[in-house]
Design a protein around this ligand. Structure first.
Ligand code: KIV
Ligand code: ZN
Length: 529
């Protein structure tokens, strides 16, 4: 591929630089899961690890190399024969193996880290790239700390690597120091001044210490680089690397000014983000671009009104384009009438004008007092019957046998509209047994979408607060139940039943005809946003 093409190679280093984030270590199994997803998503090169670093790293690079079907798999190595040999061994089972070898080129790294003179470094570049080429045709060479490297020397290093047979030249901003204009100038300079530059692909590898990793990577591409090294969720050393989902979506959404393409199936971005967050236990910040949970959520009345009238008023991309489901209208104190009316419709209510005004005022009062206004709160606001509907089935008694001795068994007595019934079920653990008992008492198709336990107070006698969300996929409806009890299993059973009651009440409202609600009180109507 020539660098005149506008296709940008996406080189994902989540499994190497990403895993170098303190605390982000992944097991072999987890790395394989991530690699499989990256491959399916259309990543061109997967840097699977640093094989010489440990036997575990070697094994994971080797296993990723065997697993991956489409992408190239790269193994990182320093500029010495042992590293390169081990990297070559690790990637040899891949159809498209790549060796990625690097050495520092900045004065501060050469003097204090390598303790080498520039001429020695040049010799090492030549020898390492030539040695790597004995094993594979695809050799990437990186100038570590390139952006703090003296420019003439950087040109000599790059020229040496190209002469020795490197096919990709990577220009890392190792310490996240550069700014877009400067980085673009470096790429332009290398392409203009280095003999043989036209034969290789220039690559960016930008760290995010100043929050500029994505901007720098895109500036590099505008200046002629055609590979971006990046990670899912931007994880990586210190402040991380350029986020894959951000660079890819920037080029897609702003293709008018960034006329480049990638091979990425963007509808898989959210899944990839969730998987990497789960296996590394690194939460994704709520307001993270593209994949944060607020990326397509609107709370302010003005924005909600705009989005309801036309999504493009406040959304520059469609949530489904990044696999994020639909935009969310979060109900809170900033929400306005338009969103409130939509929410009521979604919950199956049809309100007369007076009832609507009445409910809206009470919603605003509640939202002022409560941080999160849930669907259940809104139901309680507008529907006098909801308490009875959601109270139809109750837990009367629960006994659970748990421990190491045998199948965990739950014996549950429930009340349905006044009649009692006792059932027994086993499960894979006491919670599973309890939920199975509920399913036996009240057979249903809904799936458990969330089970969350919080300790409300401290200590072993703490009150447990449990949330359960059930989803009826066919009906496209979900409902959440919450309950608190000093016994976690009792709280779990109550929360599950509450969710089931709500789900059924909501289902019959939405499918079996909307509930018409008259004003609950003659509250004074005030006008608001
Ligand atoms: O940041 C960096 O310089 C690196 C190199 C090893 C490519 O990760
Ligand atoms: Zn790096």
């Amino acid at each position: 591929m020539s660098s005149e093409d506008n296709r940008v190679i996406i080189f994902d280093t989540t499994l190497r630089d990403g895993e170098q984030s303190p605390g982000a270590t992944m097991t072999l199994e987890e790395k394989l899961q991530v690699a499989e997803l990256l491959d399916a998503m259309g990543v061109d090169v997967i840097e699977a690890g640093f094989p010489v670093a440990s036997p575990g790293d070697f094994e994971s690079v080797a296993e990723v190399a065997k697993l991956v079907k489409n992408a190239s798999v790269a193994g990182l190595s320093r500029a010495n024969e042992r590293d390169i040999e081990v990297a070559a061994q690790a990637v040899k089972h891949c159809e498209k193996p790549r060796i990625h070898t690097f050495i520092s080129t900045s004065p501060v790294h050469m003097k204090y880290k390598l303790r080498k003179e520039p001429d020695e470094v040049l010799e090492m570049i030549d020898a390492s790239v030539r040695f790597a080429r004995k094993f594979v045709d695809d050799v990437e060479w990186s100038a570590e700390d390139a952006t703090r490297t003296e420019r003439d020397f950087l040109c000599r290093c790059v020229e040496t690597a190209i002469r020795a047979g490197a096919t990709t030249i990577n220009i890392p901003d190792t310490v996240g120091y550069t700014v877009p204009e400067e980085f673009a100038e470096i790429i332009t300079m290398l392409k203009e001044r280095v003999p043989g530059a036209e034969k290789v692909i220039f690559s960016t590898h930008c760290h995010n210490d100043l929050g500029l990793a994505v901007a720098n990577s895109l500036a590099g591409v505008k200046a002629g680089a055609r590979q971006i090294e990046c990670t899912i969720n931007g994880i990586g050393e210190r402040a991380g690397n350029a986020a894959l989902e951000e660079v890819v979506m920037a080029m897609r959404v702003r293709n008018d000014v960034l006329p480049f393409t990638t091979n990425i199936d963007t509808t898989m971005l959210t899944r990839a983000s969730k998987l990497v967050s789960a296996v590394t236990s690194f939460p994704v910040q709520y307001n993270k671009a593209i994949v944060g949970r607020n990326a397509f959520a609107h709370e302010s009345g003005i924005h909600q009104d705009g989005v309801l009238k036309h999504t493009q008023t406040y959304e520059i991309m469609r949530p489904e384009d990044v696999g994020a489901g639909k935009s969310a209208l979060v109900m809170g104190k900033h929400s306005g009438r338009h969103a409130f009316r939509e929410k009521l419709k979604e919950l199956g209510y049809e309100l007369s004008d007076n009832a609507f005004e009445d409910a809206f005022q009470r919603f605003k009062e509640l939202a002022d007092r409560k941080k999160h206004v849930f669907d259940e709160d809104i139901e309680a606001l507008v529907d006098e019957n909801i308490a009875t509907a959601t109270d139809r089935r109750k837990v009367v008694a629960l006994t659970v046998i748990a421990g190491t001795m045998g199948p965990q068994t739950a014996t549950l007595t429930v009340d349905e509209d006044g009649g009692h019934r006792t059932v027994q079920a086993v499960g894979n653990g006491p919670v599973d047994a309890t939920f199975n008992a509920i399913k036996q008492a009240f057979p249903h198709e809904a799936k458990l979408a969330l089970y969350q336990v919080h300790a409300v107070t401290e200590g072993t006698d703490a009150q447990a607060e449990v949330s359960v969300r059930l989803e009826d996929e066919k009906a496209g409806i979900s409902a959440t139940g919450r309950a608190a009890d000093p016994d976690t299993l009792v709280a779990s059973a109550k929360a599950y039943l509450s969710a089931l009651n709500r789900l059924e009440a909501r289902k019959s409202r939405v499918s079996g005809g909307r509930v018409k609600v008259e004003p609950l009180s003659e509250a004074v109507r005030r006008s608001g946003p």
